[in-house]
Design a binder for this molecule. Sequence first.
Ligand SMILES: [Zn+2]
Length: 291
Amino acid sequence: MGKRRPAGKRRSALPLILAAAAVLAIALIAIFLPRYLRKKPEDALDAVFFDVGQGDAILLSFPEGEFALIDAGSRDDAELLVEELACRGVRRLSFAAVTHPHEDHAGGMEAVLRAIPADKVYLSDGENDAGYYIDLLEWLEKSGTPCGVPGNGEVVYEKAGCRVTAVYNGEGAENLNDSSLIFRAVYGETSLLLTGDAEIPEETRLLALGGEIASDLLKLGHHGSQSSTGEAFLDAVKPRYAVISCGRNNDYGHPHREVLDRLERRGISLSRTDREGTVLFRSDGRAWTKP
Ligand SMILES: [Zn+2]
């Protein structure tokens, strides 16, 4: 007959096992609960302002699982952006847009479209013979992707209660920033205005068009430069929330103090990719929230 192990030793392992199980459970909850809470409900519109340093890349994630990409950051960051899009389940784009042909908006678009095809690509009529832009135009032609300049007020997406309009195509610009395509998305009672790098002269031309531009969420033009987001424009858009997409400690000093003052005076709540990283706004059709 074997020697019995003292009963006390068997019991002493139990608290350790329970403690380990509790630690494991807490770790799993900590990892998966935030992801679950951030998961987009099917009937929501998400606007994702990616942190692409000094540049713009904005994903619209529509109700019913369709997507659009407005700008794609610079060429150097394109691989990371493609990974980000893949992680968010983006396999195809209902449309993509390059607001204007500067590198910090257009540079990453060829790589994105090679990985994730778009049904249609919108371009401004601004011209640029830089290599990244010529490569993009050549690839669009080679791949047979439909592309072109939208008309002012052209509806570029409409489905499941969500409508995106190219409110202005930047025609008549004297520089590339001012040739930026400007888009407005509306979902229920919520709206969003994306202005590329439009500066005050383009804002003035847009105001003269007289279309609907009031929006409760505004992506500020030209990374928060004082040459954009004029007083008259802000008073017409009347945003409640604003987003600035710019790089940490960028060489241009964006966003400029003057612009921050204009927002503060109007009590507009500001989000910045240089401080927060990628910024997410979600609309349920009634209000924007930051989940
Ligand atoms: Zn820019």
